[in-house]
Design a protein around this ligand. Sequence first.
Ligand SMILES: Cc1cc2nc3c(=O)[nH]c(=O)nc-3n(C[C@H](O)[C@H](O)[C@H](O)COP(=O)(O)OP(=O)(O)OC[C@H]3O[C@@H](n4cnc5c(N)ncnc54)[C@H](O)[C@@H]3O)c2cc1C
Length: 515
Amino acid sequence: MNRSDSLDKLNKVSQWDIIIIGGGASGLGIAVDASKRGYRTLLLEKYDFGKGTSSRSTKLIHGGVRYLQNGDITLVIESLKERGILKRNAPHLVRDLSFVIPSYDWWSSPFYGIGMKVYDMMAGNLGLGKSIIISKEETIKLIPNVNKKGLKGGVIYHDGQFDDSRMAITLALSADSKKTALLNHCSVEKLIKDKDEVIGVEFKDTISSKKYKVKSKVVINATGVFAEEIIRMDQPYIDKMIQPSQGVHIVLEKKFLKSKHAILIPQTSDGRVLFAVPWKDYVVVGTTDTQIKNATDEPKPLNEEIDFILDNASRYMTLKPKKSDIKSAFAGLRPLAATSNKKSTKEVSRSHKIDIAPSGLISVLGGKWTTYRKIAEDAINAAISINRLKNKKCKTEKLKLAGYKKIVNWNDPMHVYGSQKKKVESLGGVNDNKSLSNKFHITNNIIEWSIIHEMALKIEDVLARRTRCIFLDAKESKKIAPQVAKKMAKVLEKDQEWIDEELKNFNKLIKNYMT
Ligand SMILES: Cc1cc2nc3c(=O)[nH]c(=O)nc-3n(C[C@H](O)[C@H](O)[C@H](O)COP(=O)(O)OP(=O)(O)OC[C@H]3O[C@@H](n4cnc5c(N)ncnc54)[C@H](O)[C@@H]3O)c2cc1C
């Protein structure tokens, strides 16, 4: 991954096979699929890879227990299959996590127990572990902090957990470099049309402020919650297609869960499910489902969403978290497909749709991280179906992703680099691997690696997506930001003015993660 190489290719390629707009789970998945099929592929991301919803998920690779409750069987079967494929193809990033559903009445354990057995069966031979009903004593042993008042027992089931933005970077690294150019900080501003056909895009490199016009056989719009904005560049008068729904998570210290198992709270006060999930020495708790009118690039948790999570989590935990205990809070926007009837967003299906416009513009609508590979396959097949691309077979089902490594030490924060870990730790023959913080793991070598090999250009790119510092502890991230800026300036050969400007922007951004 090298940005100047990618920029050079713009002058060499007169017509790309595919241009992808958006560098989240869907767009990066499409880039991997397209490049492995042998198509010349250009991906343009307005900010940074994974900047949108794809770094703000619950971090589960799951079939979706809740979708089972909603009767969305096709989505659950598809997601369970993809869960198995992803765990097989990226074992260094996806792990098996057991979830405990605590029961507080006599019928819950048998009810959820049967439901989870069905879930296991649907996964077939790609299942992770068997679900079982457990006693009250076993539930307390597994989750010592669970609220014991009225506790009757529980159910254990298994799903996958991952690091979403590291997976996004891994996908970027997995795209075939000869056939592909990936560019972050490049915003698509216009579609180029020939008569009624979309044949390319105009974009601005926001680092150099330079504008480009690029052409391709097909343009794929994978901009998540902003997909409608791109479609309107082609068809200004279409009906509403996307209903944004905000989901918030809070991050707490490990002491609030004190377990290696996650908790699934099956019935919140608004009839949804809530997760408390151990993640990188912290606990992630969420989420909400708040309909919002207009999507923004940097969504902010609402006070009522924070209160809702604290209130519902407190009912199930003996150590009750308060606002002052929150280390970080983050909001993501679900790009749910708009429906004409008046369903609440929690009822709108999370399955994806591929829209083919009369102009040939292909748009991905909705979807989940778990199914990114299938979304990508469907999007490219759609381009083949309208004769924009030569027919070539999808090759991602058995594709080992970058850094593939089977034996993983999940307690080592460097596991996200998989087989590259040693290279990061001895970058340029220098072992600068002392963490800049005692709250999370970030070293000078990691910062340099992020810039040289993973295209990080801003403090936010390093602290939010190459590492997960902002998501784990916002205050601590603010504290170490000056050191990160200094190291980045050295590697990128920038001056004090750059450092000051970067820190100014970063200190403004970090407020969104503080409550
Ligand atoms: C709260 C929450 C929790 C979730 N939890 C899970 C989970 O645990 N497991 C799971 O499987 N799924 C989960 N999901 C769903 C999953 O995260 C999303 O479906 C997925 O990340 C969407 O990816 P995307 O690529 O479509 O969109 P995004 O990640 O939003 O990517 C779109 C990209 O397009 C870019 N862009 C926009 N406009 C332009 C432009 N003009 N030019 C260039 N680029 C542009 C944006 O900057 C952005 O990076 C969750 C979603 C939410 C909101």
